[in-house]
Write a protein that binds this ligand. Structure first.
Ligand code: BEZ
Ligand code: FE
Length: 291
């Protein structure tokens, strides 16, 4: 006798099995997963070999992961899933600074004093960054933690450079002053490709996509009683603003990295040659509003 060929019946049977979970969220997500996964398979009708290639792709993605590389997050990013999760969980405060992807290059670092140069051994055009942290009613937030990280003029983060042996460059955190202000020096980042030597890189190539992100500086801003803000500021005019491989660009996050030649910087430093400045205020949502 042949097996059960009624594929709709199969889907229903699996949904019934997974829907019995004691935790209602586990039951709900399990049922939705089976519904969508089976619909995908019915849509695509993979051959046995294609199914095996899909399993091999997921296996390779797992093997690529270690404490420095998270290929599954990269996959989520490149498929727009990370930005969809971001959209579902943020964006309810029209005044607050918009959020975007976290990315894989954050790691905890040290507090630096206001005005410090955090570029370390990185090379590039000097960049003066300043701004304020405010609540959504315009009140300054003193003592807020402003974490920053970014790539150099070659498109590499410090964590990607073995020669730095764990020394931070292009990353730091600052505490805002009594008026919610912060400022520091670093270097102007450049566009860069996301790590593309693994399965996600192969997927992008197969899909005819480039792996690049436009130039940006990452910010993570935290203040007690406020929703944590994870975002970037993108450089106006940068290549790839309209084709970011991880779909992270929002128009409100595109800023002028103003060009200067010589002269005196806002902190009275005398400058030689080209330098840039970036000034931006960040607005946080009180947890009471977020609830
Ligand atoms: C980043 O901007 O650091 C990043 C974000 C998503 C994937 C890869 C890199
Ligand atoms: Fe980045």
């Amino acid at each position: 006798m042949h097996g059960n060929n009624d594929s709709e019946g199969l889907t229903q049977a699996v949904i019934e099995k997974v829907s019995g979970a004691a935790d209602p969220r586990v039951a709900q997500t399990g049922a939705a997963l089976i519904r969508h996964l089976h619909a995908f398979i019915r849509d695509v009708r993979p051959t046995q070999e294609e199914w095996e290639a899909g399993i091999a792709f997921l296996t390779d993605t797992g093997h690529m992961c270690d404490d420095k590389r998270q290929e599954f997050i990269l996959l989520s990013d490149a498929l727009g899933v990370s930005m969809l999760v971001d959209a579902i969980n943020h964006g309810d405060d029209p005044v607050a600074t918009e959020s975007t992807v976290f990315g894989p290059f954050y790691h905890p670092t040290e507090e630096w004093p206001q005005g410090a140069d955090i570029s370390g051994t990185m090379t590039g055009t000097p960049l003066f960054v300043s701004g304020r942290v405010l609540d959504n009613r315009g009140n300054p937030l003193a003592g807020a933690v402003v974490d920053v990280w970014h790539a150099d003029d070659q498109g590499f983060y410090d964590v990607q450079m073995e020669r730095l042996e764990g020394k931070d460059a292009g990353r730091a955190w600052f505490r805002t002053d009594g008026e919610g202000r912060f400022h520091f020096w670093t270097i102007r980042p450049s566009p860069y490709p996301i790590p593309n030597d693994g399965p996600v890189g192969k997927m992008l190539a197969a899909q005819g996509r480039h792996p690049f992100r436009p130039a940006h500086v990452h910010f993570m801003i935290q203040s007690d009683g406020y929703r944590k803000l994870v975002t970037h500021l993108f450089e106006e005019g940068s290549p790839y603003l309209d084709s970011d491989v991880v779909f992270g660009v929002k128009p409100s996050l595109i800023c002028e990295f103003t060009e200067h030649q010589g002269g005196v910087a806002p902190d009275n430093r005398r400058m030689d040659g080209e330098w840039r400045s970036l000034n931006h205020d960040f607005i946080l949502t009180p947890l009471a509003d977020a609830a």
